[in-house]
Design a binder for this molecule. Structure first.
Ligand code: TXA
Ligand code: MG
Length: 335
């Protein structure tokens, strides 16, 4: 497979949009132009498609992804847009601003995006971009999860050629709309009950935001280098302790299995889930957060986790499990 280049024209992009939407509907990956940098997009409601983003980037961690939306109404179905968040959205969208707000979880049902998009967190990053991508999302009718379209550890791409150099053999298509006008990632602001926080400086000046809100944004310590602001926020961590690489299930434990082979004594588990009965790491990644939630709800004090292969997405899965297993000082009511 080599990515198809879909050339954006001044007018008459109907066929192009239909083709890109079809790829996304089928769970494929399309690199999308935005005013900031090119993104690597998948259907945000499709866990396996989102898992393929991490696979294509070779990203060893599941940090949360920005959900790109077509308009404020779609954003409001994903996250709580009110107060300062609504004011910022009304004033700066579409544009290089990402808002991190509480995830909307309808009373009956599931959140508007797959849990892999938010890495299991209760906050979601939302952005309404300028240009062809907004049209694509409107046409597709669902949010697109997209990190920058670079391989892990490499530079963010500001042209379709950059994307193809890094990911051409790993994605289905790129919409080529020429060079990005801003060329710098979006500014990320978190809005919660506390003071608004600048998580990542970017294409929209923090001063413009402060002027609109008439208050100062909280910043990280000067010089602090944050590769992934989402890693700072409190990630979903199960209440239960995790016992990794379990070859055997002990009495009272829940089981998170992987593949055909069950650990010894698996029948004793008080609850059990299999990340992928066929041993498919893409499927496993897409189920990780929901399976952990489900096992946690069983009330078991310990979740025994079967060994997971360390290649491909297995590395990111293992990273997430290690973080969930690590002792968490002070974890309590707020989580
Ligand atoms: O301009 C941009 O923002 C580009 C274009 C494609 O939209 N996207 C982008 O995505 O830069 P990415 O994944 O390379 O960087 C997004 C950052 C990550 O560092 C992630 O940790 C953070 O946003 N993030 C995503 N969701 C978050 C959340 N719920 N809470 C806190 N941080 C979050
Ligand atoms: Mg990036």
């Amino acid at each position: 497979m080599y990515a198809k280049r879909l050339l954006w024209q001044e007018t008459g992009n109907d066929e192009l949009l239909a083709e890109a939407a079809d790829i996304l509907k089928a769970g494929g990956l399309v690199a999308i132009p935005t005013e900031t940098v090119y993104g690597l997009a998948a259907d945000a409601t499709n866990g396996e498609a989102v898992a393929r983003i991490f696979e294509a980037k070779g990203r060893p961690r599941f940090n949360p992804l920005i959900a790109h939306v077509a308009d404020t109404a779609m954003a409001g179905r994903c996250g709580e847009l009110k107060g300062d968040a609504l004011r910022l959205a009304a004033h700066f969208w579409p544009g290089p601003l990402t808002l991190v707000v509480p995830l909307v979880v309808p009373l009956a049902g599931e959140a508007a995006v797959h849990p892999l998009v938010t890495a299991g967190q209760k906050n979601i990053a939302l952005r309404r971009p300028i240009g062809p991508t907004a049209e694509l999302i409107a046409r597709f009718g669902r949010p697109l999860a997209a990190p920058s379209a670079n391989r892990s550890g490499q530079l963010s791409p500001t042209s379709a050629d950059h994307v193809l150099e890094q990911l051409g053999d790993r994605i289905d298509a790129v919409i080529d709309a020429g060079p990005c006008t801003v060329g710098l990632e979006s500014t990320i602001v978190a809005i919660s009950d506390e003071a608004p926080r600048l998580l990542r400086p970017g294409g929209l000046a923090a001063e413009a935001i402060e002027e609109l809100l008439d208050r100062r944004l909280q910043r990280l310590a000067p010089g602090a280098h944050v590769e992934a602001p989402g890693m700072l926020a409190s990630h979903y961590a199960p209440r239960a302790a995790l016992r990794l690489n379990a070859a055997r299930v002990e009495a009272g434990e829940a089981l998170l299995a992987f593949g055909e082979k069950s650990p010894e004594n698996a029948a004793a588990a008080v609850a059990s889930r299999n990340l992928s009965a066929t041993g498919d790491l893409v499927e496993a990644a897409s189920r990780l957060f929901s399976d952990l939630h489900a096992l946690d709800e069983s009330g078991a004090a310990v979740i025994a986790v079967a060994p997971i292969p360390s290649h491909g997405l297995g590395e990111a899965i293992a990273d997430r499990l290690r973080r969930a297993a690590a002792p968490r000082p002070g974890l309590g009511a707020s989580d």
